[in-house]
Design a protein around this ligand. Structure first.
Ligand SMILES: [Fe+2]
Length: 493
């Protein structure tokens, strides 16, 4: 039986066997997954409007997908009462349950609900995290990378992502680096509820790993902190953490800490910075050769579209620690880009700007290419590649009448030398429009590929590039397969 047919069979079966009852306050809403603390766990989070039990029943899926799974394994979780700070003080119960003892690579089906009331969600499925050996044997690890996703504005992108998740090779994770729903707390949290429901066809099936953006800032990021369950949530409020997935160590960090002094003081940044350095220093590159970092605001900014870019430039300097700007000078003590270089972060991605663009390998605003400087192949890079993938569908974007401006960055007036390719920035450096998402594939310990797909072109691939490296670890200490001297590494002064 081909895999596509298998998935179709499972979906039809699940639809027919769903015991969901629609429209009551006891019903689970916004069901979504996240990776647990260990490789054999998966965390499920959902909300109800009335107080209910926190139960999950689950079981391994039938290999052929022809019959429903026996959902005979039970997990009991906890619920916390979340009172919104809006005018209606609306109440939600956030339920969190951890599914343990999972068999790596096994497809499971599950329902969430209240066993006493016998009220359950529809049946969802997920693929348990595979072992490193399973990823190596294939199919390779694939991660969706996309930030800045609105509620209605992102319909076309969400539709494409849903097709990815329910397609022949579902992605292993979905990483969203900030700006959810525009905004989660709007209309007393009603916009957040609708958004979480709209994301369920994706996030109830694939772990949704997140970091926070400026649109989550209201009341000290309350809705973001309450609605998600990232690793170490009890210590870091979903703001910074790391996970290992196959050959990749993924670090999430809180770029907003630099901009919201009322929410995050200098001691907070100090703690996060020290954690980040210790975390990056501890990575076993034999086990997880790739290191990827995500957060909301880019370190490097190409677009010159008014206040947003000015803000980002500020963020770039603050994060790089290379310049002093008004107001938030204490952040200069924490040069995060230096950590990327020191510990050899291969890839960093962000949103906030509602375009797509990528850099050449860069450090300290200088291009540090490897032995191959071609546009689409970064061979033996000497620095981190930065990607802005913020075109999920911002509330201020519209499709317009013209196709997005797309191509190499030298088509942009006053472009930066480290900018390689973009979509959604016009020739003058202003935004045009783009609705697109990235898929990162880690094909081996030495090659990763980024593909970008646009909803404006019916899901057509608009960019394809790769990092290929024979060495991982701190950039200054990597050994390469060429004989360039250190003096020759700086391609652009
Ligand atoms: Fe933002």
């Amino acid at each position: 039986m081909c895999r596509a047919f298998t998935w179709l069979t499972i979906l039809l079966t699940l639809a027919l066997t769903s015991t969901a009852s629609a429209g009551t306050s006891h019903d689970p809403k916004g069901v979504h997954l996240s990776f647990g603390a260990s490789d054999t766990t998966m965390v499920v989070t959902w909300t109800t409007r009335k107080e209910t039990e926190t139960n999950v029943r689950y079981g391994p899926s039938d290999p052929g997908g022809a019959t429903p799974a026996d959902l005979s394994i039970n997990a009991i979780g906890d619920a916390r009462k979340f009172v919104d700070y809006g005018s209606t003080s609306s109440v939600r119960y956030v339920h969190v349950a951890t599914l343990e003892g999972l068999t790596p690579g096994q497809i499971y089906e599950y329902q969430v609900g209240d066993a006493k009331l016998d009220r359950w969600s529809k049946v969802f499925w997920f693929n348990a995290k595979r072992t490193a050996e399973q990823y190596a044997e294939g199919p390779p690890l694939r991660i969706i990378a996309l930030c800045d996703i609105g509620f209605k504005e992102s319909d076309s992108v969400v539709e494409l992502l849903t097709q990815e998740v329910h397609g022949e090779q579902p992605p292993d994770a979905f990483v969203q680096c900030g700006d959810f729903a525009y905004d989660l707390d709007d209309e007393n949290g009603g916009v957040g509820d609708q958004f979480m429901k709209a994301m369920e066809p994706i996030a109830a099936y694939v772990p949704w790993m997140t970091s926070a953006g400026n649109h989550e800032a209201s009341h000290n990021f309350t809705h973001y902190r309450e609605r998600f369950t990232m690793p170490d949530r009890s210590k870091t409020d979903n703001h910074y953490y790391s996970i290992d997935v196959g050959p990749v160590h993924i670090v999430a960090y809180n770029t907003e800490a630099l901009f919201w002094p009322a929410s995050f003081g200098v001691e907070y940044i100090q703690r996060m910075y020290e954690w980040m350095e210790a975390d990056l220093a501890s990575v076993d590159r034999m086990r997880t050769p790739w290191v990827v970092v995500h957060g909301h605001r880019p370190i490097f900014c190409e677009a010159a579209d008014g206040t947003s870019c000015a803000f980002n430039e500020n963020a770039a300097f603050l994060q790089s620690g290379k310049d002093a700007r008004d107001g938030v000078g204490h952040a200069l003590r924490f040069p995060i880009e230096d950590l990327f270089y020191k510990y050899g972060v291969d890839l960093a991605f962000y949103g906030h700007e509602h375009e797509y663009w990528r850099t050449f390998p860069v450090y300290d605003e200088k291009v540090v290419n490897g032995t191959d400087v071609s546009l689409n192949r970064y061979f033996e890079p000497r620095g981190t590649v930065h990607v802005t993938t913020g075109a999920g569908g911002n509330i201020n974007m519209d499709r317009g009448d013209d196709p997005p401006s797309r191509g190499t960055c030298d088509m942009i007036k006053d472009n930066s030398p480290w900018c390689a390719f973009q979509s959604g920035v016009d020739h003058g450096g202003d935004r045009s429009q783009e609705f697109a998402y990235g898929v990162v594939t880690f094909e081996s310990g030495s090659k990763m590929t980024w593909e970008h797909f646009s909803a404006l072109d019916d899901g057509k691939r608009i960019d394809l590039w790769s990092i290929e490296t024979s060495s991982h670890g701190p950039f200054a200490r990597r050994t390469y397969s060429d004989n360039l001297s250190d003096a020759a590494l700086i391609a652009t002064e």
